[in-house]
Design a protein around this ligand. Sequence first.
Ligand SMILES: Cc1cc2nc3c(=O)[nH]c(=O)nc-3n(C[C@H](O)[C@H](O)[C@H](O)COP(=O)(O)O)c2cc1C
Ligand SMILES: C=C(O[C@@H]1CC(C(=O)O)=C[C@@H](OP(=O)(O)O)[C@H]1O)C(=O)O
Length: 362
Amino acid sequence: MTGNTFGRVFRVTTFGESHGYAVGCVVDGCPAGLSLGEEDINRELRRRRPGGRFASPRKEKDEAKIISGVFEDKTLGTPIAIIIENKDADSRAYEGIKDLARPGHADYTYFAKFGTRDWRGGGRASGRETAARVAGGAIAKKVLEKFGIRIYGYSGEIAGVKAEVDGEIEEIFEKAEKSEIRFPDAEKEEFALERIREAMREGESVGGIVEIVVRGVPAGLGEPVFMKADAYLAYALMSIPAVKGVEFGAGFESARMRGSESNDEMYVEKGQVGFYTNNAGGVLGGITTGQDLIIRLAVKPTPSISKIQKTVNLKTLENEEISVKGRHDPCIVPRAVVVAEAMTALAILDLMMLQGLVPRFL
Ligand SMILES: Cc1cc2nc3c(=O)[nH]c(=O)nc-3n(C[C@H](O)[C@H](O)[C@H](O)COP(=O)(O)O)c2cc1C
Ligand SMILES: C=C(O[C@@H]1CC(C(=O)O)=C[C@@H](OP(=O)(O)O)[C@H]1O)C(=O)O
């Protein structure tokens, strides 16, 4: 048990360090006969890759090479191995701080656990590792599409600026995809951008909220009592670096409601059970209700900032000060959206496969 694999039936193992030769993944358990090409994966990788005015300026093409498991554009049912080369790692900014633990990053805890670490960047704790999850998630998304399940993600809040959205999720998603920061509210976007710019000027960073809506999930997915659909999704989503909280539906707001406000009242129409509201976020008793899944993730501000902070030298055990230079995301939220979609896809597909809902041959 090394913690590098997610999933019970549809399993994804990621490998690679941010400043090593490559990152990548091995996907095991994918049904045979799924049409799959590198472009299916690259489309998702492009949505996540660094670059642009409000992201790390590291220039990575993030082009996937499929080196196993696909023949004549179809999956074989054998392990699918994908490699994404690191083409633009630049370790110079890390040389002067190689023994210092960046506050908020994983330098101290990796050192405490392993007694060593790849100081050239975040290593396996780097946001770069999430490119590999997005590659695996792209495959899961393709399988889910066959079952009419679609996952939509966007930036719900950035630096305290909330997107006001309403209307169909497809439209919200399209608006978000047009925005540099995946913010679906054009009016408020300028305020969010200004908060990011301000943080950048001050050597700071900001956080926010990723929102995920999953449409087309059948009622009845998820296992009592521990492999609950919400518990498993929360586990998947909390594994994303910088995610500090996950809520479903009314989430933490439920704590302030009365029973009659929180309960989703029900009705029957033409023999079908329906709900007037969705405070549950699409899960009751760990089992999906057939409504949209509504999930929100709290993403913390990027830990690597140039503002001077107190820290420790892991070698000499002396108190020191640190200012982190280099190429960092001023706000992780817009890029984490894509990672959250991928982890959602992996968890939902795995739950479906656990229940025997996906044949071995598609
Ligand atoms: C897509 C993505 C991009 C990230 N970019 C950066 C970055 O540029 N600089 C940084 O210090 N942390 C970045 N992070 C966050 C760190 O990887 C994360 O905070 C660190 O591993 C510590 O883990 P924790 O915050 O989950 O405790 C990024 C995370 C993600 C998901
Ligand atoms: C390279 C990516 O993001 C990186 C995530 C990251 C971190 O510490 O998490 C630090 C920066 O990289 P570097 O190690 O080069 O300083 C980001 O650019 C990526 O997501 O592809």
